[in-house]
Design a protein around this ligand. Structure first.
Ligand SMILES: *Cc1c(COP(=O)(O)O)cnc(C)c1O
Length: 228
């Protein structure tokens, strides 16, 4: 079994090679380590190997780890589905939220962002594959949502996020990520972030312009349990 440090090095090589293949500077692709279901000790190891940004999907689990890791200068990203009753704690304890898919949630995050913190960085999650059960707004709802979100005072709209239907077909991977980039370009706003690509499809995502790849399994190994 490889260690977390070895996995981070391997993912770093994948990111650099993918960036190089599409003439991108690899410094424009951020590694977001998805630590859901993994213990604080795993995050400590990733930190020691140079990772600073961590993504969590479940609020209570994230808050517990944040308490245990309060001595480290970590940057926390919330990437899971958001219920209204969770927005206050999310606004208080995260620097980024990648999974905003409706205005009500964005309004609550803005209202509840503490005054002493900088604006909360937001990505709007878009359902590009059109699966009915998936979270994410529909592409046709996106322009109005994005416009409304830019008016909110305490959040900063940075870009879009998607979780496409999993597929091993490279052409399908590219098509989904290209769609997200085209949707972002079509908004005509000055956005700098595209949160797309996971362990199995980060190469396609980087080729299509990802600025955050969200990587769990390839860094921390398979997840033994899940909350849902
Ligand atoms: C779990 C999760 C990931 C990481 O997926 P891996 O396939 O383990 O890399 C990325 N993004 C989101 C939103 C997730 O929930």
């Amino acid at each position: 079994m490889s260690t977390i440090a070895e996995n981070i090095a391997k993912v770093g090589v994948r990111i650099r090679e993918a960036a190089q293949a599409s003439q991108r500077d690899c410094a424009t692709v951020g590694l977001l380590a998805v630590s859901k279901t993994k213990p604080a000790a795993a995050i400590r190891q990733a930190f020691a190997a140079g990772v600073r940004d961590f993504g969590e999907n479940y609020l209570q689990e994230a808050l517990e780890k944040q308490r245990e890791l309060g001595d480290l200068p970590l940057i926390w990203h919330f990437i899971g589905p958001i219920q209204s009753n969770k927005t206050k704690a999310i606004a208080e304890h995260f620097a980024w939220v990648h999974s905003v898919d409706r205005l009500k949630i964005a309004q609550r995050l803005s209202d509840q962002r503490p005054a002493h913190l900088p604006a909360l960085n937001i990505c709007l999650q878009v359902n590009v594959s059109g699966e009915p059960s998936k979270s994410g707004c529909n592409p046709d709802e996106l322009p109005a949502l994005a416009q409304a979100v830019t008016q909110l005072p305490n959040i900063r709209l940075r870009g879009l996020m998607t979780i496409p239907e999993p597929t091993d077909d490279l052409a399908c991977q590219h098509a989904a990520f290209a769609r997200l980039r085209e949707l972002q370009d079509g908004l005509g706003l000055s956005l700098d972030s595209l949160s797309m690509g996971m362990s199995h499809d980060l190469e396609a995502a980087i080729a299509e312009g990802a600025t955050w790849v969200r990587i769990g399994t390839a860094l921390f190994g398979a997840r033994e349990y899940s909350h849902n």
